[in-house]
Each structure stands twice: as C-alpha cells, then as structure tokens.
Ligand binder design. Sequence first.
Ligand SMILES: *[C@@H]1O[C@H](CO)[C@@H](O)[C@H](O)[C@H]1NC(C)=O
Ligand SMILES: *[C@@H]1O[C@H](CO)[C@@H](O)[C@H](O)[C@H]1NC(C)=O
Length: 158
Amino acid sequence: MAEAGSNSVLFVCLGNICRSPIAEAVFRKLVTDENVSDNWAIDSSAVSDWNVGRPPDPRAVSCLRNHGISTAHKARQITREDFVTFDYILCMDESNLRDLNRKSNQVKNCKAKIELLGSYDPQKQLIIEDPYYGNDSDFEVVYQQCLRCCKAFLEKTR
Ligand SMILES: *[C@@H]1O[C@H](CO)[C@@H](O)[C@H](O)[C@H]1NC(C)=O
Ligand SMILES: *[C@@H]1O[C@H](CO)[C@@H](O)[C@H](O)[C@H]1NC(C)=O
C-alpha cells in the first residue's frame, strides 16, 4: 500500500469550468470507488485566468449529476508551484499542451509529466474538444472520454 498522497494529478484545460473539472470529478470518483483515494492528490486548473473563482459550467455540473457525481470545484489558474508538486499534468488539447510546455520551461525543477489525457484513451480519441459552444451531447462525449482515459490512467499508475 502506497503512502497517502503518493500520487498526484492535475487536470488542465483552457478555463477550468468544463473539461478539467469533469475529468477531476470523474477521477476522484474512480479512486474513491477503488478505495485508493488516500493515495492520490487530485485537482484541476486552467491555462487562462478567465474564470478564476467560478464554479463549473452548469452543463458540466448537470452532466456529472446524471452520472451520480458531484463537484465543489472553483476554477483556478495553474501556478509555477503546480509544475514542481504534481506528478502528472494531464490536459485536453494541443493548445493546452503548447501553453503548458511553454509555462513549464519557465519553471526550475519541473517534476510533472505533461501529457494529453486523451493519450490514455483505449479508443484513441487523442483530443478532448471544448464543449463550451456545444450542447448537452457534447458534454456527454467529454464525460465518456474522461471516463475511459481516467480508468486507463489509473490502471497504468497502479
Ligand atoms: C471498497 O471498500 C468497500 C467497503 O469496504 C467494499 O465494499 C468494496 O468492495 C471495496 N472496493 C474495492 C474495489 O476494493
Ligand atoms: C447537439 O448538437 C448536434 C449538432 O451540433 C446535434 O446533432 C445534436 O442532436 C444536438 N444534441 C442535443 C441533445 O441537442
């Protein structure tokens, strides 16, 4: 049995109100159901500072609720410290990845492995598209992608 908080993951998207809080809540539910939540530090954040302090988009909240999951997250922007403290920073699209790699280059001792969450998808959907301008079905697609990827990620890190 690993020590408390011995693994850590930060989910990141553009604004931290749609995709990354969904991924965070899904992963938290998975580790809780597997009784390994003590082994994990889990959070989410944004590349941008647009929504700092805001709760997730109501459509993200209702999508999660449809799957029996709740979230109390408030959006925050990624910090320099995040690159030094988290083991994994998992993001949603190529634009997130570029921004994160640029930010990480300005940080000494970056520890985090920065990856696309979609790189874990058994169905090989590499990019998790922003559902902000979409509808409820787009949020459901994001949820399903996050679920597949988070399961595979958890398996890999066992
Ligand atoms: C987690 O713990 C609960 C309660 O002790 C138990 O019923 C359940 O089977 C466990 N789940 C796993 C995946 O070990
Ligand atoms: C969502 O939008 C797509 C087209 O962008 C459409 O095909 C689909 O039926 C819509 N779904 C809902 C639930 O409104």
